[in-house]
Design a protein. Structure first.
Length: 111
């Protein structure tokens, strides 16, 4: 089997690496946007410690559900792995979340 092809149910399907990369970058953009918006929300709400992290992971779970609903049953046409579709970028967004969370918390509740 050539590079970029996958064997699915007796068929050989070719995937465009550029299309997969573009799809993954859209998912990463959604995750980064979610992390920043969730961080802003947590900072304004005054969440601290474990409550803040739980808030981020609940928001990420909600985003994963929305992404999977948007991809629908035809997700194999656009992504190689369902696991990557539903979980990619969650832990990478933690730093963006922390940045916005601490900044807005400090601006609203400290100063």
């Amino acid at each position: 089997m050539a590079e970029g092809e996958q064997h699915v149910h007796g068929k050989d399907e070719a995937f465009s690496p550029f299309s997969i990369m573009a799809n993954n970058s859209i998912i990463d953009f959604c995750r980064t946007s979610l992390a920043s918006m969730a961080g802003i929300s947590a900072g304004i709400l005054g969440l601290t410690a474990l409550k803040g992290f739980i808030f981020y992971f609940i928001a990420s779970l909600f985003m994963s559900i929305l992404i999977c609903l948007k991809a629908g049953t035809q997700w194999r046409k656009f992504f190689i792995s369902w696991w990557d579709l539903s979980t990619s970028g969650i832990f990478g967004g933690v730093f963006t979340y922390l940045l916005f969370w601490t900044f807005l918390y400090g601006m609203v509740h400290v100063y």
